[in-house]
Design a protein around this ligand. Structure first.
Ligand SMILES: Nc1nc2c(ncn2[C@@H]2O[C@H](COP(=O)(O)OP(=O)(O)OP(=O)(O)O)[C@@H](O)[C@H]2O)c(=O)[nH]1
Ligand code: SF4
Ligand SMILES: [Mg+2]
Length: 458
C-alpha cells in the first residue's frame, strides 16, 4: 500500500495505531518533540492556558475604583466593591476574551497605599501581579497623583512593563493639566472612564484595546494558531493538496505552522494529500478533534467529514491569527447581498507573480460573479499599497496576510470598519461562495453567531 501521508506525533503517537486496527504504514519515522513548557488546561477545548493569555494588572491607591473598573471590563460582579477602604485584600483573577486582541487575564489588586498591619504582605501580592503583567492599568481619579502612583510607575518601569493611566470618575472633569501630567509620567495618553457606569464599557474597551495594540510587542498580540481548539492527545487531520501551485519540495507556511502548533498542543498531526484524504480519514482509529484543509479543496473535506466533526481551513485559521475572525465573519455575510456593478476590492499584503488560476486575480472574482449573477467592478491592491478611499467599495476581500504582522492587519480591518465597509478574507469568501461557510466556522461559535447576525440584518 502506498502511504501518501505522514504522521507527526509526540507522546500520543500510538493512539492512532490501536492493536485492533489493521492499518499499517510501510515506514514509520518517529521524532520526539519534548515540550517542557508546561501548559495546564491545554486539554480543554477553547481553554487557553493562563500562561498564553494577555495579563493586565489593575493597580492604584485604595478606593481608586480598581475593582469597579475590573467589573466593568469583565462585565461581571467578580470583585467586591465598596466605599470602605481596603475592600480588596488579595489578587482577584478573571479570564476573558478581550476582542480583538484575544484571551486575557485581568488581575484586580489591593490598594498599594495600604498601611494596615497586613499592608506589606498585600503589596507583595500586588508586586507578583505586576511581575506577571504585560501591562499595568494604573487607576486614579482626577487630581490624584502622589507617592503611590509614582511608586507603581517606577516598579513597572523597572520591569519594562508599560503603564496605561486610567482616570476614573471622568464625570468629575479632570483638567487638561492633570491629563498632561499623566502622559508625561507614563508616556501614554490616559484613558478616561466612569467605572461605575456600565454604559461606558464599549467605549472604554475600544480605547483600551487600541492602546494595547499600539504598545504591546507583536509577540504578545499573537494568538495560538489552533492548539487552543483541540484537546491534548487528540488527532488533527490536515488535507494539503500537492498541486502545481504547491512550492517545490516543501509545504506552505500555514501548513507548517499547523503541524508545529498541533505538537505544541501535545496532539497528533496526520497530513494527507487530497487524493489520499478519504482513505486516510476512513482508516483513522479515532475521530479527529479537528480537520483542516486548503480553501481550494474545502468541498472535498465537507463531502468526506461528517458535520459533527469540527472542520475549517488554513486560511480561516490564519485570519484568526492575524486579524479578527469576527470582523471577517460579519463581512462575509455581505457576499449574500452583492449586486452586479458593485465595487469590490481584492487586497493582498504582498506582491507575487500571479499564476494562471491565481486565487485573488481569477478564482475569487469568478466565484463572486457567479454568486451575484453578474459582472462586478474589481480593484486590486498589493503589498503596502492599501487604498485610503475604502468607502467606495461594497466589499473588501483580503488575503490571509501571512506577510503582515497582526497589528498591521488589525489597522487595515479598523480602517474598513471605520469606513463602514464589510471586509472578508479569501478562505471565508471561497467557503461562502461554495455554500459551506457554516461548516468551516463550526470551531468558532462566536464568529458563526456574528455571521448569522449580519445575515439576519439583510
Ligand atoms: N461616583 C463614582 N464612584 C465610583 C466610580 N468608580 C468607583 N466608585 C466608587 O468608589 C468606591 C470604591 O470603589 P472600588 O472599586 O471598591 O475601589 P478599589 O480601588 O477597588 O478599592 P480597594 O479595593 O478598597 O482598594 C465604591 O463605592 C465605588 O462605587 C465612579 O466612576 N464614579
Ligand atoms: S496570503 Fe497574502 S501576504 Fe501571504 S502570500 Fe498570499 S498574498 Fe502574500
Ligand atoms: Mg478593590
Amino acid at each position: 500500500m502506498s502511504f501518501a501521508s505522514f504522521f507527526s506525533a509526540g507522546s500520543a503517537f500510538f493512539t492512532i495505531f490501536p492493536e485492533k486496527k489493521t492499518f499499517k504504514p510501510e515506514l514509520i519515522i518517529v521524532y520526539y518533540y519534548h515540550d517542557n513548557f508546561s501548559k495546564p488546561g491545554i486539554s480543554l477545548m477553547n481553554n487557553t492556558p493562563k500562561s498564553l493569555r494577555l495579563q493586565l494588572a489593575l493597580c492604584g491607591r485604595i478606593n481608586a475604583g480598581k475593582s469597579t473598573l475590573f467589573n466593568l471590563i469583565t462585565d461581571q460582579d467578580a470583585s467586591i466593591t465598596s466605599p470602605q477602604r481596603g475592600t480588596t485584600t488579595d489578587v482577584v483573577e478573571k479570564t476573558m476574551e478581550l476582542r480583538p486582541l484575544g484571551p486575557a487575564v485581568l488581575l484586580d489588586t489591593a490598594g498599594f497605599d495600604d498601611l494596615s498591619a497586613l499592608g506589606s504582605r498585600r503589596q507583595e501580592k500586588t508586586l507578583r501581579a505586576i511581575d506577571r503583567a504585560d501591562a499595568v492599568l494604573l487607576v486614579t481619579a482626577p487630581g490624584c497623583w502622589a507617592e503611590t502612583e509614582e511608586k507603581i510607575v517606577k516598579l513597572a518601569k523597572e520591569r519594562k512593563t508599560p503603564v496605561i493611566p486610567v482616570v476614573n470618575i471622568r464625570d468629575a472633569h479632570p483638567d487638561a493639566a492633570f491629563l498632561d501630567l499623566l502622559k508625561e509620567k507614563t508616556g501614554i495618553a490616559p484613558a478616561e472612564v466612569v467605572a461605575k457606569d456600565r454604559s461606558c464599557r464599549s467605549e472604554f474597551l475600544n480605547t483600551l484595546t487600541a492602546l494595547l495594540a499600539e504598545i504591546l510587542p507583536e509577540s504578545r498580540l499573537e494568538l495560538p494558531f489552533l492548539h487552543d481548539l483541540i484537546p491534548a492527545n487528540s488527532i488533527v487531520l490536515l488535507m494539503t493538496p500537492i498541486d502545481s501551485q504547491a512550492p517545490k519540495g516543501r509545504l506552505i507556511m500555514p501548513e507548517v505552522m499547523a503541524i508545529r502548533d498541533i505538537l505544541d498542543g501535545n496532539a497528533v498531526a496526520v497530513t494527507a494529500k487530497e487524493s489520499a484524504f478519504p482513505d486516510i480519514f476512513s482508516k483513522l482509529a479515532e475521530t479527529p478533534a479537528l480537520v483542516v484543509c486548503d480553501s481550494q479543496v474545502v468541498h472535498k473535506m465537507i463531502a468526506t467529514v461528517p458535520p459533527s466533526i469540527p472542520q475549517t481551513t488554513f486560511s480561516i485559521l490564519m485570519s484568526r491569527l492575524k486579524g479578527d475572525i469576527e470582523i471577517f465573519s460579519a463581512g462575509c455575510a455581505a457576499i449574500e447581498s452583492l449586486k452586479p456593478g458593485d465595487n469590490v476590492l481584492i487586497a493582498e499584503a504582498c506582491t507575487h507573480h500571479a499564476a494562471d488560476n491565481d486565487i485573488g486575480k481569477v478564482l475569487i472574482p469568478e466565484l463572486l460573479q457567479k454568486k451575484c449573477g453578474g459582472k462586478l467592478n474589481f480593484s486590486f491592491s498589493a503589498g503596502a499599497d492599501y487604498p485610503a478611499d475604502l468607502d467606495r467599495y461594497a466589499l473588501i476581500i483580503h488575503c490571509g496576510g501571512c506577510m503582515l504582522n497582526r497589528k498591521a492587519m488589525l489597522n487595515r480591518l479598523n480602517s474598513a470598519v471605520n469606513a463602514g465597509v464589510p471586509v472578508c478574507n479569501y478562505g471565508m469568501c471561497i467557503a461562502a461562495c461554495k455554500g459551506v461557510i457554516g461548516k468551516v466556522l463550526s470551531p468558532f461559535p462566536e464568529a458563526l453567531k456574528r455571521y448569522r447576525l449580519e445575515l439576519d440584518k439583510q
